[in-house]
Design a binder for this molecule. Structure first.
Ligand code: HDE
Length: 695
């Protein structure tokens, strides 16, 4: 087995004259992939010290060739992702509804691997585009792997899997020019959306602040498609799965998300990794919405239509368990990149529905792994192995087969056991996977069910359920995106569709574009007004603490250490963490001469990376920073992004230069550092009309 060297092993003087550590004990030696010890990892084999490299150098060839093949095709969607290991613990048994052990064995801890992702961008793209986030959980259960491959939005753009390649082609970079990367604000996406009214509900979500999350630790998750649970009597119950973050659902501001993309393209990946590294383990509750076929039939839409949700107010979510992510991957490629999530990874007691989107997914994921991971044996890669139970069958051979099967039996049925040999595993008619015996009948047709035809009622429901603040953000997001669209007829079609959602929304977007409102488009089914669902909001959905939040304290030479200490104590006492920012990373000399080391240099630590800021400056420190654009932007952006700003009175000239106006979120720290906490726990929504023109 290859051993990972943690030190440079050659005992050699390289061309530069530097010496390297050596290893002679066999278990510490650097070797080739086939185990031959390597004497020199610094120099290739040459015909004389200045001669050509020799083809014979198998060590060089092996190393370069391996490197040449280090990348595998990235995921066609959800390429950019971050993941962590953790555990799931069931707290409430669903034994009335299912035989699945993962949903009935209360208190049992099951290992999980969870990968979050953006959808449109490539593997090296930014973490904060406006986009849906993937939320894929692999449960290593004792009855096989169960993958709940969901998103942070409970509905989807399309109703039938056959439209998926079109949707994805339209949102990805345009075919001829290869841009934009990781952005939906362009012609082809909005062209597809305008021509596909079923996407309107999801568009409301994608244009809401949910699509610009503050942290992966602060997103909800949804199974989206309807599934079935199957109990011991063979009775099926319909189910939708929900994940709810313990830290609440929180978002960035759009302008902030754009700036974070430059300041820290790995913002979410870093946040997740660091939180887990520091023992601040993110948690989610798993909830279910359960409903019978009769209840489903009584709903004003079809539960097989993935563009629809079931309002929590009508069918409450029953919390049944908790997931804690507590361990970072050891190796990004081996685990996060090679993880293969499959909606077909399902366990006895859970079953699919006939949702035509889900049905297509059941084919796609297995298929895509073959091109991505290159072999039918991808289930043998450690991250994909069924760890909770043995896997055993008669499938054999193939590329990268890592198992050495013993015995003669590679078929079934067989009677080798009668001859005293190992006959291999057998079917389990009682405990094995069963499909719910759902009656099906009808002609073979390529049709969309009439019950899928209402494309606007739930889009309207979503928009009208939002707070005023969120409605303004949503309208402004559509204005932003359509302003990047260059084809006038595409913009016009979207406006025409929006009129079916809500006339005021359509008017606001038209005004934001400075365009006339076109005639409303013809809706296949006239939208109806549904009872608003406050559960669809984000504002107010986060806990009133600084848990999971990061506060920057900006210091410079002469800053008052007592104020820094007081802010730190207040923030940490409330569950938040503190990050010291100074003009130089070596730190600042505080009043009294003590040096305070910085966690980050001002130029590389803009306020967009933090939830609130404290600006602790002396008169001299402030005078210096007035000449530093990064310091002015630090205050200006914190104000513009509706963050609390704590400050010493001496920092006032900087605040003035940055255009910071007094309000409830601008707090003098010299009086009482605790006064900073309440505004730091939230955004200053009242300030927004002062800093930007919303649609
Ligand atoms: Fe996926 N999707 N998807 N998707 N999806 C993939 O599988 C696909 C859909 C989701 O972290 C691919 O392994 C089709 C809905 C997540 O590795 C691919 C359709 C939802 C991830 C694929 C959908 C998702 C994927 C690409 C329409 C929310 C990332 C790489 C019928 C419920 C998993 C891969 C990870 C990944 C196909 C729609 C979630 C191509 C055909 C709806 C979270 O197989």
């Amino acid at each position: 087995m290859a051993k990972t060297p943690d030190r440079a092993p050659a005992s050699h003087v390289g061309d530069g004259g530097e010496t390297h550590q050596t290893a002679s004990a066999p278990d510490a030696r650097l070797t080739t992939n086939h185990g031959a010890p390597i004497s020199d990892n610094q120099n290739s084999l040459k015909a004389g010290p200045r001669g050509s490299t020799l083809l014979e150098d198998f060590i060089l060839r092996e190393k370069i060739q391996h490197f040449d093949h280090e990348r595998i095709p990235e995921r066609i969607v959800h390429a950019r992702g971050s993941a962590a290991h953790g555990v799931f613990e069931l707290t409430d048994s669903l034994s009335d509804y299912t035989t699945a052990r993962i949903l009935t064995a209360v208190g049992e801890k099951t290992e999980v691997f969870t990968r979050f992702s953006t959808v449109a961008g490539g593997a090296g793209s930014i973490d904060t585009p406006r986009d849906v986030r993937g939320f894929a959980v692999k449960f290593y259960t004792r009855e096989g792997n169960w993958d709940l491959v969901g998103n942070n939005i409970p509905v989807f753009f399309i109703q039938d899997a056959i439209k998926f390649p079109d949707l994805i082609h339209s949102v990805k970079m345009e075919a001829d020019r290869g841009y934009p990367q990781a952005a939906s604000a362009h012609d082809t996406f909005w062209d597809f959306i305008g021509l596909t009214p079923e996407s309107t509900h999801m568009i409301m979500w994608a244009m809401s602040d949910r699509a610009i999350p503050r942290s992966l630790r602060m997103i909800e998750g949804f199974g989206v498609n309807t599934f079935r649970l199957l109990n011991a009597e063979g009775v099926a119950t319909l189910v939708k799965f929900h994940w709810r973050p313990k830290l609440g659902t929180q978002s960035t501001c759009w302008d902030e998300a754009v700036k974070i993309a430059g300041a820290d393209p790995d913002y979410h990946r870093r946040d997740l990794f660091e939180a887990i590294e520091q023992g601040d383990f993110p948690e989610w509750e798993l909830g279910v919405q359960l409903f019978s076929q009769e209840e489903a039939d009584a709903l004003p839409f079809d539960i097989l239509d993935a563009t629809k949700l079931i309002p929590e107010e009508d069918h409450p979510i029953r919390v049944i368990g908790r997931m804690t992510l507590n361990r970072n991957p050891d190796n990004f490629f081996a685990e996060t990149e090679q993880a293969a999530f499959l909606p077909t990874n399902i366990v006895p007691g859970i079953d699919f529905s006939e949702d035509p989107l889900l049905q297509g997914r059941l084919f796609s994921y297995q298929d895509t792994q073959l091109s991505r991971l290159g072999t039918v044996n991808f289930h043998q890669i450690p991250i994909n192995q069924a760890k909770g139970c043995p896997f055993q069958n008669f499938q054999r051979d193939g590329h990268m087969q890592t198992q050495v099967f013993k015995g003669r039996a590679n078929y079934e049925p067989n009677s080798l056991a009668q001859a005293g040999e190992d006959g291999g595993p057998r079917e389990d008619p009682k405990g094995g996977f069963r499909t719910a015996p759902v009656p099906v009948q009808g002609e073979k047709v390529r049709l969309r069910a009439e019950t899928f035809a209402d494309h606007y009622s739930q889009a309207r429901l979503f928009f009208r359920s939002q707070t005023e603040i969120e409605q303004a953000h949503l309208a402004s997001a559509i204005v932003f995106e359509l302003s990047k669209v260059s084809l006038p007829h595409v913009r016009e079609r979207i406006l025409a569709n929006l009129r079916n959602v809500d006339e005021t929304l359509a008017q606001r977007v038209a005004d934001g574009l400075n365009l006339p409102l076109p005639e409303a488009s013809q809706a296949a089914v006239a939208p109806i007004d549904l009872e608003p669902s406050p559960a669809l909001r984000i504002v107010g959905k986060y806990p009133d603490t600084l848990k999971g939040r990061k506060v920057a304290i900006l210091v410079a030479d002469g800053s008052d250490g007592a104020v820094v200490d007081a802010v730190r104590a207040a923030v940490e006492g409330d569950g938040g963490s503190v990050f010291i920012v100074a003009p130089k990373v070596g730190g600042a000399k505080l009043k009294g001469g003590k040096l305070l080391a910085a966690d980050g240099q001002l130029a590389g630590s803009p306020s967009v990376l933090f939830d609130a800021v404290a600006i602790v400056l002396s008169d001299e420190g402030c005078a210096d920073l007035l000449k530093e654009g990064a310091a002015v932007d630090f205050a200006k952006d914190a104000f513009g992004h509706l963050k609390a700003i704590g400050h010493t009175p001496q920092a006032q000239p900087l605040l003035d230069k940055a255009g910071v106006e007094p309000d409830a979120g601008v707090v003098d720290l010299s009086a009482d550092a605790d006064a900073f906490l309440a505004p730091a726990r939230t955004r200053q929504w009242d300030r927004e009309p002062k800093v930007r023109m919303l649609a």
